[in-house]
Design a protein around this ligand. Structure first.
Ligand code: GLV
Ligand code: MN
Length: 194
């Protein structure tokens, strides 16, 4: 859903100053074949963390040739039992395919309807733009998904971090009322996620 380009390509000059949308173009005389290829997905991500998952981003920041082209991809690795926690992408619809293992994929609509399915290798999913979604590895071994976005920089709002580990944190009076729990629970969440 990014705006349409007005030229073949505009490989981002990452040293240039970002403008209103995207990055300035590297001069065409400095563009080489290497600019259009990205090896960032060849290595498994480190899933040794609290969620048991790892997102390797193939967005414009990692792969500058995507600048102005309106799409990007992620490599998402999962340890057994690992989750990609509930999150949303403010600037893109997401599609993905399971490359290894077995994933429960789910999202919630703005009407609060939960849609989910367990997918195996070769199966594809779509997450409408901006909706909260997650994946959980429900197989015995590791799992791997490749995801794609109709934005060069879809952004990710990770709900656990956004709600309980912002800087500075959201006041407890807001969170206790929003979640209808006592302050000690909010404090625990803030400590665990910080
Ligand atoms: C998966 O949901 C991803 O954002 O790559
Ligand atoms: Mn996502």
């Amino acid at each position: 859903s990014d705006s349409d380009p007005l030229q073949d390509f505009c490989v981002a000059d990452m040293k240039g100053k970002p403008s209103v949308n995207g990055f300035p173009c590297k001069p065409a005389t400095q563009v080489t074949s290497d600019d259009f290829f990205f090896s960032g997905f060849t290595k498994e991500g480190n899933t040794n963390n609290r969620f048991g998952s790892n997102v390797t981003a193939g967005n414009v920041l990692a792969f500058p040739a995507l600048n102005t082209l309106g799409l990007s991809m992620n490599r998402v690795d999962f340890a057994p039992g690992g989750i990609n926690p509930p999150h949303s992408h403010p600037r893109a619809t997401e599609a993905g395919v399971v490359v290894k293992g077995k994933l429960l994929v789910g999202f919630v609509t703005t009407e609060n309807v939960f849609h989910s399915k367990v997918l195996t290798v070769g199966e594809m999913f779509v997450i409408p733009r901006g909706l909260v979604h997650f994946q959980r590895n429900v197989g015995k071994g590791k799992a791997l998904a490749l995801t794609t976005f109709n934005s060069q920089l879809p952004g990710a709002v990770l709900l656990p971090n956004t709600l309980f580990a912002s800087t500075p944190t959201i006041p407890n009076q807001v969170l206790t009322k929003a979640f209808q729990v006592e302050e000690d629970i909010i404090n625990k969440l803030k400590i665990k996620l910080s």
